[in-house]
Design a protein around this ligand. Structure first.
Ligand code: NAD
Ligand code: TYD
Length: 351
């Protein structure tokens, strides 16, 4: 059987590295091309265990470079794309929206154009776009985001992702490009860059530094273990309906402050500190501008149609995550040296 060539973009990032690892290890008849331009969030240390596998290649390129994308598609004739490359952090999008417009919107269109121009026949081809539940906006105390919820993004990040989702659908409706989209809730797990709440809090607790909680800590997020997201992507890529959208989430809502208290308890145990030590680090800081109150995903369609469900309970996943960070000190030291310090000062010093 001929090898299937799959292009995964953003494979050196948090979620992308888990998707790459899963696809390389499970599908020896696929060749996985990981395309990533290694921004601050991209890290080849995330992929040490797969980099020598014969069915894996790394390509360092910027998805915004349309000509380059065209020539790569011409050269490799990819059969499928799993598109994860993006600028992904809301706070950075508030400080610097243009990077988000370029990568998330222009970069997505440059990939769509390369697929459209080079896939002479769309048979057996697939462009799978990985997106977020933040495109749906913010919920009040009740209700869930379903696949029918109208888009209502608020941050530059979510607006750029919403825009890319619309463009992917437009290429399907206008040119017949075979596409699938999934919108997932907040992920957590190994290799998460410590600008996001959970790894940032783990890093700060480890170093006995303040844990910055925005506003009153009342905002609610719906958390999913990253490997469960990767398993859903694998399933949708192979079994989902072309042209369809799938919401991914584990019905696992947590108020930020409750989550932080749980994390503090786990960290006290793991670091053998007296109960209550880490919680003393909680520091309420100025709220994020335009902070969405609540996200909650209804993943019924994915469960009913494709039989997917998450494998881990939150407490178990959080403990595994803490264990990973505590036993990967070198990784954490590398990503928090250099520019991270400037970022941290800019975001938190005057907050
Ligand atoms: P991340 O920031 O950890 O990784 C993004 C990766 O994309 C990095 O490796 C980076 O180097 C690469 N990249 C950025 N700009 C690029 C460019 N111009 N060209 C090539 N590569 C580029 O992000 P993540 O958290 O792993 O998110 C991956 C995808 O999943 C994103 O599309 C994001 O919107 C989506 N998503 C994330 C979450 C979450 O909780 N993190 C939830 C739902 C959906
Ligand atoms: P984050 O991990 O940035 O993900 P997102 O904004 O995409 O949901 O933030 C998760 C929640 O935690 C969000 O409500 C903002 C809040 N938060 C803090 O309270 N303090 C922090 O230092 C960070 C980074 C986030």
């Amino acid at each position: 059987m001929a090898t299937r060539k799959i292009l995964i973009t953003g494979g050196a990032g948090f979620i992308g590295s888990h998707v790459v690892r899963r696809m390389v290890n499970r599908y020896s008849d696929y060749h996985i091309y990981n395309l990533d331009n290694l921004t601050y969030a991209g890290n080849l240390e995330n992929l040490r265990d797969v980099e020598l596998k014969p069915n894996y290649s790394f390509i360092k390129e910027d998805i915004v470079d349309g000509e380059k994308m065209q020539s790569l598609f011409q050269k490799h004739n990819f059969d499928g794309v799993i598109h994860l490359a993006a600028e992904s952090h809301v706070d950075r999008s508030i400080s610097n929206p243009m990077d988000f417009i370029m990568t998330n919107i222009v970069g997505t269109v440059s990939l769509l154009n390369a697929a459209k121009a080079n896939w002479k026949n769309f048979d057996g081809k697939l462009f799978y776009h990985v997106s977020t539940d933040e495109v749906y906006g913010s919920l009040g105390e009740e209700g869930f985001f379903t696949e029918e919820t109208k888009y209502d993004p608020h941050s530059p990040y979510s607006a750029s992702k919403a825009s890319s989702d619309h463009l992917v659908r437009a290429y399907h409706d206008t040119y017949g490009l075979p596409i699938k989209i999934s919108n997932c809730s907040n992920n957590y797990g190994a290799n998460h860059f410590p600008e996001k709440l959970i790894p940032l809090a783990i890093h700060n607790i480890k170093n006995s530094k303040p844990i910055p909680v925005y506003g009153m800590g009342e905002n609610v997020r719906d958390w999913l273990y990253v490997e469960d997201h990767a398993s859903a992507i694998d399933l949708i890529f192979h079994k989902g309906k072309v042209g369809d959208t799938y919401n991914i989430g584990g019905f696992n809502e947590w108020k930020n402050i409750d989550l932080i208290h749980l994390l503090c308890k786990i960290m006290d145990q793991k670091l053998r500190r007296a109960e209550g030590t880490s919680a003393k680090l909680i520091t309420y800081v100025k709220d994020r501008a335009g902070h969405d109150l609540r996200y909650a995903i209804d993943a019924t369609k994915l469960n009913k149609e494709l039989g997917w469900k998450p494998s881990l309970q939150f407490e178990e996943g959080l403990e595994k995550t803490v264990d990973w960070y505590l036993s990967n000190e070198e990784w954490l030291n590398h990503v928090t040296s250099g520019n991270y310090k400037n970022y941290y000062t800019e975001q938190y010093e005057k907050r």
